[in-house]
Ligand binder design. Structure first.
Ligand SMILES: [Zn+2]
Length: 322
């Protein structure tokens, strides 16, 4: 659970977006979309081959057997997952960084800010604020289960159309809850949802949340964190339930599904019970209504996830692994 991060109000104040499985150190790969490749000194260039058919070459098994590097595996994913390729070709996803150095992260945020902001003084200010937050987060990250995060993550660019980067740690291939390629795909989908929310802003009912709106409203960083986590995890679960209804079972592993189901329930519960300001209450109500097709339910101390989408009701009992 994130805490203590203040956000809202003024430029450059950090929004806490990194979740339990998404914050920590980072490192060196990477895939970069579009024209940035030529001038970008970091990482591995990935073209957005949206004219080609998606096909993944490498597997998590190969990575764990030492046959394929995690970096090549991630680069391959960026090309074979249609949603990722779409975000690259739309200019929303500027790149994916695997275990980047701080310098590489700084290059990336600088590129992101300067793509939409002309004033170099302002860009420099935002880069310094973002990097200060990023480095500070790393130093405070005691939980080593972070898998990914994205940058920039300043409220000042929320809904402003900036291109963003996804950062992965090697937990993407090491985390014990991750058991197969579908689990990894699901994590890409999760981070992509965050990125798109941040790029476009969030529309709920007739409300559109962007920096211009958020700067005038009362809300906590923790509330915003859970709002974004409900949305990203819903996206993962929705895909899993869709497969279950249409194909008979989900390709994500039961362990990852259980992990994310508990995570979903936690953030859902927060929105339901801990919205404080009028703004938080309004947004919470709208989000829970939008996410109502997938609901966490506790019965006798056991978590169930009910899905009533795709014309068929499904209810899963979520058992915590021993
Ligand atoms: Zn998340």
């Amino acid at each position: 659970m994130e805490s203590g991060v203040v956000c809202g109000g003024v430029d450059g104040v950090k929004m806490s977006l990194e979740e339990g499985l998404t914050r920590r150190e980072a490192t060196r790969l990477i895939l970069v979309g579009g024209g940035y490749i030529a001038s970008n000194p970091i990482g591995l260039a990935i073209q957005s081959r949206h004219d080609a058919q998606p096909s993944c070459t490498y597997t998590l098994f190969q990575v764990r057997e030492g046959l394929v590097s995690p970096k090549d595996y991630v680069a391959d994913k960026a090309q074979c997952l249609p949603e990722v390729r779409q975000a690259i070709s739309d200019g929303k996803l500027a790149g994916i960084l695997f275990q980047p150095t701080d310098h590489e992260v700084e290059d990336a945020v600088s590129h992101s800010f300067s793509s939409k902001i002309e004033d170099p003084v302002r860009v420099d200010q935002l880069v310094r604020t973002q990097m200060k937050n990023y480095v500070n987060d790393k130093s405070q990250e005691k939980n080593k289960r972070n898998i990914g995060k994205f940058i920039p993550s300043l409220v000042a660019v929320f809904g402003e159309g900036h291109p963003h980067y996804i950062l992965f740690t090697d937990n993407l291939v090491l985390f014990p809850e991750i058991n197969n390629d579908a689990d990894v795909d699901s994590i890409f989908r999760h981070e992509l949802e965050h990125l798109l929310d941040f790029n476009r802003g969030i529309t709920l009912g007739n409300r559109r949340l962007s920096y211009a709106v958020l700067r005038g409203e009362a809300y906590s960083a923790e509330f915003m964190h859970h709002l974004l986590e409900v949305r990203a995890t819903y996206n993962e679960l929705r895909n899993a339930f869709y497969e279950r209804v249409t194909k008979g079972n989900s390709s994500v592993s039961p362990r990852w599904l259980g992990h994310q189901s508990r995570y979903y329930a936690e953030s859902w519960d927060f929105l339901k019970k801990n919205a404080k300001s009028d703004f938080e209450k309004e947004i919470s109500k709208l989000q829970l209504a939008e996410s109502n097709g997938i609901r966490p339910e506790i019965e006798g101390g056991t978590l169930f996830i009910s899905c009533d989408l795709f014309g068929q009701k499904v209810r899963l009992r979520i058992v915590r692994p021993k």
